[in-house]
Design a protein around this ligand. Structure first.
Ligand code: NCD
Length: 309
């Protein structure tokens, strides 16, 4: 069994069979991660560079841990402190790294399409760890694994994606994945943060009333307000955002059922999500983080072409 694509650039390019294969392989790696000895030799002698042009905590640590658990050799590159500040182009940087015999590239970049551009120019397998406001495929895969662990098959599940849809690569990757796998999706939040092109191209339900979305869904994936990407005023203040669209304990208690709460992190506590919700039994936020390692092991393993794991 192998993936239909040589790279993981986005969920957009994957077939439902690819998604199932990654999730199934991730479940097997998750079993490995429960053992006292968590390391397997699957990617011994494979060299992977983690190329991070944007800040990251979870994704970067998670990829690095996944690589180490698979016995790969890893190099970490961050644009801060590199020759990027001296004017080196992306392609020059990567070609220099590849001439040191690197097999796979994990890449986060602020520009939409940066990993797609690289894939056209270099022979190594590329894994997109987030490109601008476009996609973050491994996040959507770990979200999917976390949903299936709580609720079973994705087909027919109702997922509300709430908040800053406009600036969120997590939202777009989730929308691709959930619609491909037969789940139902509703977008909720302020009208200024829900772009028309997304709702129309996927034919999704939209509501500006968060309570309505919560009453409808099985799972709410709450997104961070991405202030660093907003160069215009899209809502009045963080306090008012919390009052109108924030997920609070009181709001959840007013519902007729219990909804599973997800968030990709980092959380703006008290803005999109209140602390007592984030830290409650309804939240699977730390399961998402745990599942990230197994999902990234699966992606790296399947794209490496190794069959001897
Ligand atoms: C997300 C990202 O960087 O796109 N975080 C993550 O990878 N866990 C979401 C965000 O920054 O809000």
């Amino acid at each position: 069994m192998h993936l239909s694509s040589k790279h993981l650039l986005g969920i957009r390019e994957l077939l439902p069979g690819d998604i199932n294969l990654i999730l199934e392989t991730a479940r097997q790696f998750k079993d490995v991660l429960q053992r006292p000895i968590k390391k397997v030799p699957s990617l011994r002698d494979v060299t992977i560079v983690n190329l991070f042009y944007e800040n990251s905590t979870r994704t970067r640590i998670s990829f690095e841990l996944a690589e180490k658990r698979l016995s790969a050799d890893t190099i970490n590159f961050s644009a801060n402190g590199s020759s990027v500040s001296k004017g080196e182009t992306l392609l020059d940087t990567v070609n220099n790294i590849l001439s040191m015999k690197v097999d796979m590239v994990v890449m986060r970049h602020g520009a939409t399409g940066a990993p797609h551009f690289l894939a056209k120019h270099i022979p190594s397998a590329i894994i997109n760890a987030g490109d601008g406001i476009n996609e973050h495929p491994t996040q959507a895969l770990l979200d999917a694994l976390s949903i299936t662990e709580r609720l079973g098959d994705l087909k027919g599940k109702k997922v509300a994606i709430i908040g800053d849809i406009m600036h969120s690569r997590v939202a777009l990757s989730n929308i691709y994945l959930l619609t491909k796998m037969g789940a139902e999706v509703t977008l909720a939040g302020p009208p200024t943060l829900i772009p028309k092109y997304i709702r129309e191209s996927f034919n999704l339900n939209v509501t500006y009333n968060v309570k309505e979305a919560l009453e409808w869904c099985d799972v709410a994936n709450v997104l961070r307000i991405q202030l660093e990407r907003q160069n215009q005023v899209l809502f009045s203040s963080l306090r008012e955002y919390n009052q109108a669209y924030g997920i609070t304990k009181r709001l959840l208690q007013s519902l007729s059922k219990e909804v599973v709460i997800m968030h990709p992190g980092p959380i703006n506590r008290g803005v999109e999500l209140d602390s007592d919700v984030a830290d409650s039994g309804q939240s699977i936020i730390l399961d998402q983080v745990e599942n990230g390692v197994a999902v990234r092991m699966a992606v790296l393993y399947l794209l490496s072409g190794r069959k001897d794991g």
